[in-house]
Design a protein around this ligand. Structure first.
Ligand code: ZN
Length: 239
């Protein structure tokens, strides 16, 4: 019989994995749809060969850069705002520890009592922790808010990894055209494979299996691309 002591936890507290995975998926999905829409419109407008390729490269490149900035800035703002609100809560707790040390000591003792310690032992543990102000703050913040004073996610890491991941995802449907393709087949094939792989990788941070996530991502991507192509075709036939 063996005991699983050293089990690993998933990266649930921010960091780079989540924004990177979702950024790449976003880039792949949004840029392949954008390119499909332009391709549909261009087909209806009678654009072909090298002209079509130039149009798709320009549109795909603009979609990549615009999307990467939007994604990176959005992720940066979201994480920064969250960290700032947690930091102001930590500051409030720090002031409260200075202003009302007795009350805070009781509060901590109550937390340990609720965890099953006897009142005497809970008070003793709380008193030892409260001797050091830094340690007291760290423990209060951890027990009351469930966050670590040092473990706040970096907004820059989240923003930059989103930017890079979106760019890489968005590059995939663009790649065949950059290498001279004038037909859509290589881009569609490459996008389909990447959608499946991206979905499969996401299963590492969810509870679903890799083939379920991969297939779902492929279906969603195909629907998005197909619908955008048809809409592009309709608009391209009118303008
Ligand atoms: Zn407190």
């Amino acid at each position: 019989m063996s005991f699983d002591i050293g089990h690993e936890h998933r990266d649930v507290g921010g960091g780079w994995l989540r924004p990177a995975v979702f950024g790449a998926m976003d880039g792949l999905l949004s840029n392949s749809s954008l390119i499909a829409g332009i391709a549909g419109g261009s087909a209806a407008a009678g654009l072909q060969g090298a002209n079509l390729r130039t149009t798709l490269v320009l549109a795909g490149f603009a979609g990549l850069v615009g999307g990467a900035f939007s994604m990176g800035a959005g992720e940066y703002i979201s994480v920064a705002t969250q960290s700032e609100s947690i930091m102001s809560e930590i500051e409030a707790e720090r002031l409260e520890l200075i202003r009302n040390p007795e009350g805070e000591l009781k509060e901590l003792a109550h937390i340990y009592e609720a965890k099953g310690l006897s009142p005497e032992l809970a008070h003793e543990v709380a008193a030892i922790i409260s001797e050091d102000p830094q340690r007291a703050l760290a423990v209060h913040v951890q027990e009351e808010m469930g966050v670590s004073v040092e473990g706040l996610p970096s907004a820059w890491v989240a923003g930059i990894s989103s930017f890079i991941a979106f760019s890489l995802g968005a590059l995939v449907p663009l790649l065949p055209y950059l290498f001279g393709a004038t037909s859509q087949t290589p881009a569609i094939a490459l996008t389909a494979i990447s959608l499946f792989l991206a979905g499969a990788v996401v299963s590492r941070v969810t509870t679903k299996s890799w083939w379920f996530n991969g297939s779902r991502q492929l279906v969603v991507g195909a629907a998005a691309g197909g619908i955008t192509y048809i809409l592009g075709h309709l608009v391209g036939g009118v303008v």
